[in-house]
Ligand binder design. Structure first.
Ligand code: BGC
Ligand code: BGC
Length: 615
């Protein structure tokens, strides 16, 4: 009971601290509707349909198709790097090239270029990579989350890109979901308080500023509430998990858990929202008029535009034309096609000509898109929608890394600390480091880093692995030795075993077993057998089942997916930063408890939501 009381007070404080984000006037309210109407009235039906079309640049057959199809938007999905390579230069030259082409069209409307900058500008080599949101949630620090979004926005704008598909404000309720780490935590309070902080960091106090990007709250609604076994298998024939699945609750229950994050994002002026791949009681969100039009645009008063998820309309019933009809009628304003844009264009046009979709719906969709483009300053006279050299100097900079470093420190959650094992002394004679995630940049950054699913090993430039951070932190006289499996540890004074998950992202990350790998368990056992204090650091996108190692550890730190700035983890291990992180999720004891959430009846997790020690 005490914990609930503490939670209530805590929530009230967090809410109070977040009020400035909520109070901020929406940039969409400041747009002159007269200007929007004037531009709309000049547009042909073809030009309107073009504004509603988003194409992945990899599927753009000819750059002149920007004019031919009057395209309003392009994106880079996961793994959709510039053809010439993944560098700051390649990215900015590519996006500039597309914008130059757009400026040569009749109406000269700049493109929106979208990307998943979900923990920093993570697709781009050398970008600062922040902790994934589950760790950011443990900081409970909305100012810091805002700052992180500001840094991300600067790095995004450095490449000429002006739109991020973030923040994720859905609430992951089942830890088996491979997107658990993309959410700030399992409670609606966390989404409601931290989501708007991210929105205001991305969009800035002026959406038209050169350091602002358009934000996108996703995935509306219920992405994190799906039922196991209803998901869409990543590989045909595989067993179904949770991702893109069906939410089987009453609308009232859905609203209670999954709506607050979106309502707060709308209040903070978010310019775009992405409907979810998932369904509500069998009805796909992407084609659900009640959810998209009545609830989001009507009840919540959302004035921005809706962008579909990746080819999401292709999952609606019927042939492609029926799918387009249902989605646009339901309220989608822009479709992430992302490939077959000639078919989309032709068929949407036919639907309007055949009066299956009223022109008023098209006008509404385009008005919403233009409203956002006006708010972003794209329609100002002589606006240059290009990458900014002055921002490129700050890309991946030390100043940006300092913000990420602070986020790593504050996201660490100290779960166990017997006999004051932590902080470790920096002056020990010898420390042994072990485990598969100790010296692996790819594993500590996780999915959505440089590549879509992420990858182990040296995947980017800059940053520090946890092992190197430990070496940098201890005294010169301290010997740090490393072996993956914990052998060759004899004679050490303390052991740090860094275990956890390897990278995954949507579709491929659902797991019905969250135990540590056999190798991880063995490494812990091997080091413990030496009779020295053992600190286990868990690098993972979600809580893991610890029953096999719990009694073989003296201290445990949940490091989540900290990103490039591994120093923040070492700072907590050696006392440079006294831990403040509080769990943003409940930590289950066993797989039986895996969908446990704060507020459940008979709530008895291993570590409760909000838990976190300090020293
Ligand atoms: C994901 C979205 C993402 C989009 C674009 C989809 O598969 O669900 O979160 O924004 O792809 O990459
Ligand atoms: C993802 C994209 C990715 C694509 C690869 C989609 O589901 O959202 O980001 O590029 O799959 O096929």
């Amino acid at each position: 009971m005490k914990i609930f009381k503490a939670l209530k007070i805590f929530t009230a404080v967090v809410f109070f601290l977040t009020l400035p984000f909520l109070a901020q006037a929406s940039p969409l309210d400041q747009v002159s509707e007269k200007d929007v109407r004037a531009l709309l009235s000049k547009m042909t039906l073809d030009e309107k349909i073009g504004q509603m079309t988003q194409v992945d640049h990899k599927s753009l057959k000819d750059i002149n198709d920007i004019e031919k199809y009057h395209l309003g938007s392009l994106l880079s999905g996961g793994d959709s790097d510039p053809n010439g390579g993944n560098s700051l230069k390649e990215w900015s030259e590519m996006v500039d090239r597309f914008q130059r082409r757009a400026l040569k069209t009749r109406l000269k409307i700049p493109l929106l270029y979208g990307i998943d900058a979900v923990h920093g500008h993570n697709n781009v080599m050398g970008a600062v990579v922040f902790p994934h949101n589950i760790g950011m949630g443990c900081t409970r620090n909305s100012q810091l989350i805002k700052k992180a979004a500001e840094v991300t926005a600067e790095e995004v704008r450095a490449t000429g890109i002006n739109w991020t598909f973030a923040p994720m404000v859905g609430v992951p309720r089942d830890k088996r979901w491979g997107r658990t780490y993309e959410g700030f935590g399992e409670s609606p309070e966390i989404a409601r308080t931290l989501g708007p902080a991210a929105v205001s960091g991305f969009q800035g106090s002026d959406l038209a500023a050169k350091t602002s990007v358009l934000a996108c709250a996703k995935h509306f609604i219920g992405d994190g509430g799906t039922t196991w076994g209803t998901g869409k298998p990543a590989i045909a024939g595989n067993a179904a998990g949770l991702d893109q699945g069906d939410v089987r609750v009453t609308e009232a229950a859905l609203r209670e858990i999954q709506l607050p994050g979106f309502a707060a994002a709308v209040e903070a002026g978010v310019g775009s929202i992405m409907p979810s791949f998932s369904s509500l009681n069998g009805s796909k969100c992407s084609g659900d008029k009640h959810l998209l039009t009545d609830l989001l645009k009507g009840e919540l008063g959302f004035k921005g535009f809706l962008i579909s998820d990746w080819a999401a309309i292709n999952d609606l019933p019927g042939d492609y034309k029926n799918q387009i009809e249902q989605a646009i009628t339901a309220g989608l304003d822009m479709v992430m096609v992302p490939d077959k844009y000639p078919a989309f264009y032709t068929q949407l046009k036919e639907l309007v000509e055949q009066k299956r979709i009223p022109l008023s719906r098209i006008n509404d969709a385009v008005t919403r898109i233009l409203r956002v483009k006006f708010a972003m300053g794209l329609m100002q006279k002589n606006y240059r929608p290009f990458s900014d050299q002055s921002l490129q100097k700050r890309f991946g900079s030390l100043a940006h890394r300092q913000v990420a470093l602070q986020a790593v420190r504050e996201s660490q959650v100290l779960l166990k600390n017997n006999n004051k094992t932590l902080p470790l002394s920096k002056g020990l004679k010898r420390i042994v480091v072990a485990g598969a995630n100790a010296d692996n940049m790819g594993n500590q950054t996780g999915g959505w880093t440089v590549s879509w699913q992420g990858k182990s090993d040296d995947i980017t430039k800059g940053g520090t692995t946890l092992l190197n951070a430990i070496k940098d932190t201890v005294a010169k006289t301290t010997e740090v030795t490393f072996s993956l499996d914990g052998t060759e540890a004899k004679g050490a004074d303390a052991g740090i075993v860094i275990v956890g998950e390897t990278p995954y992202a949507e579709m491929f990350g659902d797991r019905d077993d969250l135990h540590l790998s056999e190798a991880d368990v063995k490494a812990v056992q091997t080091v413990k057998a030496l009779g020295i204090p053992v600190v286990v650091v868990i690098v993972s996108g979600r809580p893991m089942i610890l029953d096999q190692i719990l009694d073989k550890t003296d201290a445990i730190v949940a490091a989540w997916l900290p990103g490039t700035e591994g120093q923040g983890v070492a700072d907590v291990l050696f006392g440079n930063f006294h831990p403040t992180g509080k769990l943003s999720v409940s930590w289950p004891r066993s797989m039986k408890q895996v969908s446990i959430n704060v507020g459940d009846v008979a709530y008895d997790p291993l570590y409760a939501y909000g838990f976190g020690l300090t020293y």
